[in-house]
Design a protein around this ligand. Structure first.
Ligand code: GLN
Ligand code: ZN
Length: 759
């Protein structure tokens, strides 16, 4: 018999219940035990929704992030957290800089946050130093295990493996993270023993780094770890995902574990090789259902492929989604508003588990046992392939007519800068923001009412214009140099643009966790992309009519649109990206024609599209940068192009960033003490740059001195004439009460810098 299991289920709840529970608690509107109760209720639902599988994951649920959970599990929360706080509050302090509003606590610097492999999920970076010690703290995991068992589930604890845990962390001094493995392994051993004593048979242990390039030290660390953990009384399912194993394939097969899970979507070509190589006592879990995308699986095609594998492996074959379902929305059943054809092409977490159960039924009892489901599935697959909603001749023709000159500015930056300075005489260290201002209850309310049809277009526009007026007035009072309209009309930026483009579909509840309580609702690119009319022109024109200072046009770039959407799987991503680039280029040119002289094209997600292995990077960067250039570079010299990137550790892609040829780039840096700028010591970045000095992910208000210090550090690496002063990212998640003093301090810091430069 084939065994089915799941690697992880979305935590947030099908209506984002966890988000609201967390935010209530942080605001001080609920008590910790209420939050704990709501979390237990969510876990109960989630296990119930997975009950048709043979094994249910435990330990995948998290209040904020599973990497931070692992830090808690091994007694390695950042040292600066307040040890007198309750454990959960200390945990929130590590995540956010402070826990609940009602607690007396000094704010601290939150842990650094970065992308989880090539996804749009962010984890909190573990911190290490030479003195790091570990201590097992498994009570939370054990109690969740008992909770699942008491609800009648066959529970399989899930752990982030010790080697990936170290790999994901950062050494705060010069010490080598790998030196900590000897100290970490006994804690994992104790944890596995404790789980065995609680009754666990299988434990899923994730080592996603097996899908990355590992040097021999890391490979050796994996051997050392699993030879040590092998002695514990549980069966370990070594779990990899997000890509092929390539040079790590033999290692993954040979490590002494009871089973291996591989991503059979991204590493389809390796499956047979793994089967050949896997020792005969091991089970093989194939991740056959795509955990990173929302398309229905082609069940007959999968069965054609799986049946011989099943005959060969028999009981040794397990089936699962390719990775944790954290990266897809919860339940398609809630989506009553979607086009019915499109709905019929989709599968969310719950549907994916149904597909898995169907595959197991067909393998265990023959295809006849699921005949009706197979027929319906086939019909859905062919209707998508043949749909006129998907394929548009006009878009195809435009794509075929793209020329090289479309991606070239008329002149290099060194010449453009004069034209731009003449048009906008800005002071040294010009100040600006990244685009969005706080999304107040009033703003959300107006958008919601408008969406529901309870507010007419005229009243809605008036409400948004009032917000724009407010934002412009505040920015003028604060003394910022380049203004923004504030993005009140945008909920999520990708959604905002996607809704105005053809080829995009939108869900109502298709939320996916981005970090902590932050969720995004990635739209679905199902067909060829077209822009029927201008998307942002009216708002920017209106904002500009209110002020003499320049207002930036604010767009989202093609690569980010792509990377933050669920993308069609029937053509290469580069092709879909080029369609987006042409559509947004039209918007850039419309803005320019309307007299907008500064246009920001956000490419917040460019870096996260990088393939896991460096050997695959250049290919991606080539087409991604080309798409940005096609979008941006049709403008005249005197039009200034800005771009913005979040969390851009771009040391390793600096040449590609420079090749985008934006006049100004604003980036995230404040949490890393400008370390991210070290690259400019070695690489002479030719254009202007605004290293974010205000960490917008934390409610803390930065001081003038702090920001001045950061800019001085930046000025050691980049000539001051080419520096801008700005926050890390957009301010939509903050409150005006925080934003005003913070921006005031930022503007004051810039003034101080100008004075110092003049002295
Ligand atoms: N312009 C966007 C904003 O300010 C950028 C968001 C982002 O980088 N994620 O909200
Ligand atoms: Zn950003």
């Amino acid at each position: 018999m084939v065994t089915t299991h799941n690697l992880g289920f979305p935590r947030i709840g099908q209506r984002r219940e966890l988000k609201f529970a967390l935010e209530n608690y942080w605001r001080g509107d609920s008590a910790l035990n209420e939050l704990e109760q709501q979390a237990a209720e969510l876990r109960r639902q989630h296990w119930h929704q997975q009950s048709q599988l043979d094994w249910q994951p435990v330990g995948d649920f998290s209040f904020y992030d599973h990497v931070l959970d692992t830090s808690l599990l091994v007694g390695n929360l950042p040292k600066r957290t307040d040890k007198r706080l309750a454990e959960t509050d200390r945990y929130f302090q590590a995540a956010r800089g402070q826990s609940s509003k009602t607690l007396q606590q000094t704010p601290i610097a939150a842990a650094e946050m970065t992308k989880w492999f090539d996804t749009n999920y962010h984890y909190l970076v573990p911190e290490f130093d030479t003195d790091t010690q570990f201590e097992l703290n498994a009570e939370r995991l054990l109690s969740q295990y008992r909770e699942a068992v008491s609800q009648g589930h066959q529970a399989k604890p899930v752990l982030l493996g010790p080697v990936s845990y170290l790999w994901l962390g950062k050494s705060k001094d010069e010490s080598n993270k790998l030196d900590l493995l000897d100290a970490l392994l006994p804690v994992y051993e104790q944890c596995l023993i404790a789980l065995a004593e609680a009754g666990a048979e299988w434990v899923q242990i994730d080592e996603p780094i097996l899908a990355t390039e590992l040097d021999q030290h890391w490979q050796h660390a994996l051997s050392q770890a699993y030879f040590a953990l092998h002695k514990t009384p549980v069966k370990l399912l070594l779990t990899t995902y997000f890509g092929p194993l390539r040079e790590n394939l033999n290692l993954a097969c040979e490590l002494p574990t009871a089973g291996l899970h591989i991503d059979a979507v991204k590493a389809l070509d390796e499956v047979i090789k793994v089967i050949d190589w896997l020792p005969p006592h091991k089970i093989l879990s194939l991740g056959v259902i795509d955990g990173r995308n929302i398309w229905k699986a082609d069940l007959s095609k999968l069965l054609n492929w799986l049946e011989p594998i099943h005959r060969r492996l028999q009981d040794r074959l397990w089936l699962a989604p390719s990775c944790s379902l954290l990266h897809v929305p919860v339940d398609l059943e809630q989506e009553s508003g979607l086009d019915s054809d499109i709905t019929n092409w989709l599968a969310f977490a719950v549907q994916k588990l149904q597909e898995l159960a169907l595959l197991a039924d067909a393998l265990n009892h023959g295809r006849d046992s699921i005949q009706a489901d197979l027929t319906a599935n086939r019909q859905a697959i062919t209707s998508r392939q043949d749909s006129v909603k998907v394929h548009k001749a006009s878009v195809q023709q435009r794509l075929a007519a793209v020329t090289d000159s479309m991606s070239q500015r008329q002149n290099p930056y060194s010449q453009r800068i004069d034209a731009q300075q003449q048009r906008f005489p800005l002071p040294l260290f010009p100040t600006t923001t990244i685009g969005s201002f706080p999304q107040t209850t009033a703003i959300r309310q107006s958008r919601l009412l408008y969406r529901k049809g309870e507010l007419d277009l005229v009243s809605y526009r008036k409400a948004m214009q009032e917000q724009i007026q407010y934002a412009i007035k505040e920015q003028e009072t604060l003394g910022l140099d380049v203004l923004v309209h504030g993005e009140a009309e945008r909920n999520d930026m990708v959604e905002y643009f996607g809704e105005q483009l053809e080829g995009y579909a939108f869900t109502r509840f298709g939320w996916v966790q981005s970090y902590g309580s932050r969720c995004v609702k990635p739209p679905i690119i199902f067909g060829d992309i077209d822009r029927p009319k201008a998307m942002t022109l009216d708002w920017i024109n209106y904002a500009q009519s209110l002020t003499d200072k320049p207002v930036k046009g604010m767009l989202t770039g093609p690569v980010t649109m792509l990377n933050w959407s669920f993308v069609r799987d029937d053509q290469p991503r580069s092709q879909t990206c080029l369609q987006l680039a042409l559509a947004i280029r039209d918007e850039v040119l419309d803005l320019e024609k309307a007299g907008v002289g500064i246009i920001q094209i956000d490419e917040a997600a460019l870096r996260e599209g990088l393939p896991l292995r460096q050997q695959d990077w250049q290919h991606y960067l080539d087409w991604a940068v080309n798409c940005f250039r096609i979008t941006a570079n049709g403008v005249k010299d005197e039009t200034q192009i800005h771009t913005h990137m979040c969390y851009s550790e771009f040391n390793d892609i600096i040449e590609a960033i420079a090749a985008m040829d934006a006049d100004v780039i604003t980036i995230e840096t404040s949490r890393s003490d400008m370390e991210l700028l070290d690259v400019f010591n070695a690489f002479d970045y030719p254009n202007e740059i605004g290293p974010g000095v205000y960490d917008i992910h934390s409610p803390n208000i930065p001081s003038i001195a702090e920001m001045q210090k950061l800019m001085e550090m930046a000025a050691q690496r980049i000539p001051p004439e080419r520096l801008w002063v700005n926050p890390d990212c957009g301010l939509k998640t903050r409150q005006w009460a925080e934003v005003k003093p913070a921006l005031k301090a930022m503007v004051d810091a810039a003034r101080q810098l100008r004075q110092d430069a003049a002295a």
